[in-house]
Design a protein around this ligand. Structure first.
Ligand SMILES: NC(=O)c1ccc[n+]([C@@H]2O[C@H](COP(=O)([O-])OP(=O)(O)OC[C@H]3O[C@@H](n4cnc5c(N)ncnc54)[C@H](O)[C@@H]3O)[C@@H](O)[C@H]2O)c1
Length: 291
């Protein structure tokens, strides 16, 4: 077992403690899936990807609409943002059950902020079941949540969003590696990479960009719940720790900001170097809460 000190790779940004630097002044951004799943009271709480990016975007000067099917979770994210003196609004919407209302939803969101020039689609679900146990119904339902909803938000996003807007789709390292014996998750996340390119193509006339992010294991409520089912997760974490939701947030922050104005149709991998073959030795799977 190779030991590595995880604290060497932990900074204020890793923990969401860095101040805002005005990188999104005046921007109007929708985060689809900006809540996070509930956590048992007996564990130390971690921040989800959608909540972390909502908080960061607002801290950087944007107005943010936090969309989630879970009202109290969307409201908790908004409370967090307001506690820092920033601006956000909750919006309750189920991307699966209310898919046909997506355009109306986007129009209302645009009205709430007086514009819409950024959107991250974060929602995703994973049952972590192998192929033999995956039914046709499970395949269709998970594809609808993980891919169809992103298609609906991209298609109507191009119609409704302001020229020069940026869209970010949250995929997963499972899209590019057979990580977890989880075929419907892997296939639906891989489809998002092609969707981000197709969206970039479709949005070109309005200079609307689209990029995707593939994260490795992230220390979110979902990541923890998945990790419990993976025997050798320890062998695949880089730097001796999982990523934090804040680190996903900072990657999305770059892609949503005008700093990336010429970055389009790309896939950003954020896995600590696993895909590049850097973190190949077994590592101690320490999580941040244990540091
Ligand atoms: N945590 C990881 O290790 C990891 C790694 C790679 C990619 N991802 C991806 O990141 C995204 C977010 O993951 P997280 O770990 O922060 O998860 P999370 O479960 O904490 O957050 C997901 C949010 O989406 C909302 N949501 C789910 N279905 C919805 C629906 N039908 N309509 C509206 N809202 C809905 C949930 O209420 C929740 O607030 C997912 O797409 C996931 O696949 C996570």
């Amino acid at each position: 077992m190779v030991e590595i000190d995880p604290s060497l790779s932990i900074f204020a940004e890793t923990l969401g403690k860095a101040p805002g630097r005005g990188r999104l002044q005046g921007r109007k951004i929708l985060v689809v899936g900006g809540g996070q799943r509930d956590q048992p009271p007996d564990v130390e709480h971690s921040i989800g990807n959608g909540r972390a990016m909502s908080v960061l975007f607002a801290r950087e000067g944007a107005q943010v609409v936090v969309l989630d099917r879970n009202q109290h979770s969307a409201e908790d994210t908004v409370k967090h943002i307001k506690s820092e003196g920033n601006v956000a609004y909750p919006y309750v919407f189920d991307v699966y059950a209310e898919a046909k209302e997506t355009k109306k939803c986007l129009e209302e969101v645009k009205k709430m902020m007086g514009g819409l020039d950024g959107m991250v689609v974060v929602v995703g679900t994973s049952r972590r079941i192998p192929m033999a146990e995956t039914s046709m119904e499970a395949w269709d339902e998970d594809f609808a949540i993980n891919t169809r909803s992103h298609f609906m938000f991209c298609k109507h996003g191009i119609e409704v969003m302001d020229p020069g807007a940026s869209i970010v789709l949250i995929s997963s390292a499972s899209a590019i590696r057979a990580l977890d014996n989880n075929p419907v998750y892997e296939a639906s996340k891989a489809a998002l990479l092609a969707l981000s390119r197709a969206t970039a193509r479709a949005g070109e006339d309005k200079a609307i960009r689209c990029n995707a992010i593939c994260m490795g294991y992230v220390e979110t409520p979902m990541g923890r719940s998945s990790g419990r089912k993976v025997k050798n997760r320890a062998a695949t974490v880089a730097f001796g720790r999982q990523a934090t939701g804040w680190e996903t947030g900072y990657t999305a922050l770059f892609l949503i900001s005008h700093e990336s104005a010429y970055t389009n149709g790309t896939t950003q991998i954020m896995d600590g170097g696993i895909w590049a073959g850097i973190a190949t030795k077994p590592r101690d799977p320490r999580v941040l809460s244990a540091l």
